[in-house]
Design a protein around this ligand. Structure first.
Ligand code: PEP
Length: 254
């Protein structure tokens, strides 16, 4: 049975007071309004994770996620945060390989394989991001590119461990641009991702893996995107910063 998830990636936004207000609004709206079988993952800036924990009841519908972690468990890596640290404060999910981390911080597929390992070894669920640039979408083998991202960073995992990963397909050209992939474009790529996984791990695991769509998803387009058979929810950036809109996106999961 595939798990439906809507995750909010707050990126580098909100002061502490604003973050507390957003947390409390989202947690309450989800409690009062969301009836469907969907897990909501809130990913505030790392600085606010400990405070955020106080708003989120362990084992409930809302879970806490980080936006990144280092691949090593500890050591002389000034400014970094490790998977055991996240685990120790009750974080359950971690976004890995977001295109902004790949682009601005030079994260590679090989480094992401190490981050995925560290997250899984410490009981965190990686939300592993993949997706192609606009140039590739227009002129290149964009499906092959996304398949290679999965192969290089995830396919070393055993079947049992791979089954714990959540994948987020986020075409770079759609992130923060207002250019959403059409529901057909999202479905086509999610289908290809699932087929690629089936080739490595078999159909049963491929059918069970949660694959989220990310890229300018909002309260207007979410229902159509989430209605696609291979789209199991969303990774939401801009629209996760407003409680009303984000809750509406969550409610679009059926
Ligand atoms: C994201 O950064 O993960 C994202 C999907 O952003 P946005 O929804 O703003 O395009």
């Amino acid at each position: 049975m595939r798990k439906k998830i809507v995750a909010g990636n707050w990126k580098m936004n909100k002061t502490l007071e604003e973050a507390k207000a957003l947390l409390s609004e989202v947690v309450n709206m989800v409690k009062d309004e969301v009836t469907g079988d969907v897990t909501v993952v809130l990913c505030p800036p790392a600085l606010y994770l400990t405070t955020s924990r106080q708003y989120i009841t362990a084992g409930g519908r809302v879970a806490l996620g980080a936006q990144n972690c280092h691949e090593k468990a500890s050591g002389a890596y000034t400014g970094e945060i490790s998977a055991p640290m996240l685990q120790s404060i009750g974080v359950e999910y971690v976004i890995l390989g977001h295109s902004e981390r790949r682009q601005y911080f030079g994260e590679t597929n090989a480094q992401l394989a190490d981050k995925v390992n560290s997250a899984l070894e410490n009981g965190l669920t990686p939300i592993f991001c993949c997706g192609e640039s606009r140039e590739l979408r227009e002129n290149g083998d964009y499906i092959g590119f996304v398949k290679d991202q999965l192969t290089d960073s995830l396919f070393h995992l055993s079947a049992e461990t791979f089954a714990k990963v959540v994948i987020a397909y986020e075409p770079i050209w759609a992130i923060g641009t207002g250019l959403t992939a059409s529901s057909a474009q999202a479905q086509d790529m999610h289908f290809e991702i699932r087929r690629h996984i089936a080739g490595q791990y078999g159909d049963a695991i491929a059918q069970d893996i949660t694959i989220l769509y990310g890229g300018s998803a909002n309260e207007k387009n979410a229902a159509e995107l989430f209605a696609q058979p291979d789209v199991d929810g969303g990774l939401i950036g801009g629209a996760s910063l407003k409680s009303r809109e984000f809750t509406n996106v969550v409610k679009a999961v059926n």
